[in-house]
Design a protein around this ligand. Sequence first.
Ligand code: HSE
Length: 405
Amino acid sequence: MKIAVMGYGTVGSGVVEVIEAHSDSIPAKIGGESLEVSRILDLRDFPDDPHKDLFTKDFNDILNDDEIKIVAETMGGVNPAFDFTMKLLKAGKSVVTSNKELVAQKGPELLKTAEDNGVNYLIEASVGGGIPIIRPLTQCLAANNIEGIAGILNGTTNFILTMMIEQGMSFDDALKLAQENGYAEKDPTADVEGHDACRKVCILASLAFGKHVYPSQVETQGITDITLEDVEYVNSANGVIKLLGQIKYINKDKIAAFVSPAVVYNGSQLSSVKDVFNAVLVRGDAVGDVCFYGAGAGKLPTASAVVADIIDCAKHANRKKIFGWGEGSEDYVVDYKSTIEMPFYVRAKADKDSVSKVFGDVKYLSRANQSDDELAFITASMTENDLNEKLKGIEVMNTIKVTNY
Ligand code: HSE
């Protein structure tokens, strides 16, 4: 069976490598046929690549080739990936993708087009790299009402925070290393400012609750304000700082969803997720907490999920898989700052008297070489709006949410 790959970057080249490395075992999984990569679309030249005869810069070479039935879109970005994917689906080709930005922005339209044309649009690689999460959430956990989801969804930021926590490495050095390892997005702003995690939150929320969530509905904060001082204080409370995507069910018409740094206490399964690893903790009313863990970025782990989707499409060549979700709505995602209560970590230039006057009892934290006028503490549970109200008049250096996952 002929397939094509669009985008020969870290993931796309991994897809070709995984298909070739498993050419002996894949046919048995798809009814005897082998998978043949017959075209690779990329605007760059790869003169020394062993697949150089397969490259094309013209998308029409894939669109108009009737023998190509499945296309892996590993280009990233919304355009031209959206235009290409729509044309391929309308032409009766199934598409699999690792492109979380595209799914988060245009998921409903793409899924409907796949549905209308009797083909598949599969997205396992769009969240958590190689971690199986899309199928488990939609199939294995289908009997549950999902109460909430918390995930470490970005490998680059988890790698950076791990380097800061365990090696005292500077943010910039850790980011450089993540880029060298091929974890970071082309523009690492998407990683460090939380946009990549936000896209994955949108996909998980859409899957878990059946209505699309757009990135603009998810309040997002990255890790650029986290300092080594914060890391030390949180360590003294037996916790670690993680970039978490959190989704909470409120009622059948409302959810909360946000991305931010969060204090995770040791003992939580999420606290031990280090380096480039991701984890998604799903809280279901019947199953309780289940946690999915694995490599959240990188060439072969992400390719593993893309190729699994290709195999699934090949197995279901004449059958549409039931998969997808509906359109979202403007007021579907609530303002979590006025609704969700949680404790907060606060670092401030203040004295204990003024803190207790406003907050009552708090848990104070400590670090080596703490200056006399600096305090760090954990508050009782409250909304973020209430926190900000109480902090008026205090010289705040940082605040971080404390999670209950
Ligand atoms: N830049 C992303 C990350 C790649 O670091 O997790 C995988 O989506």
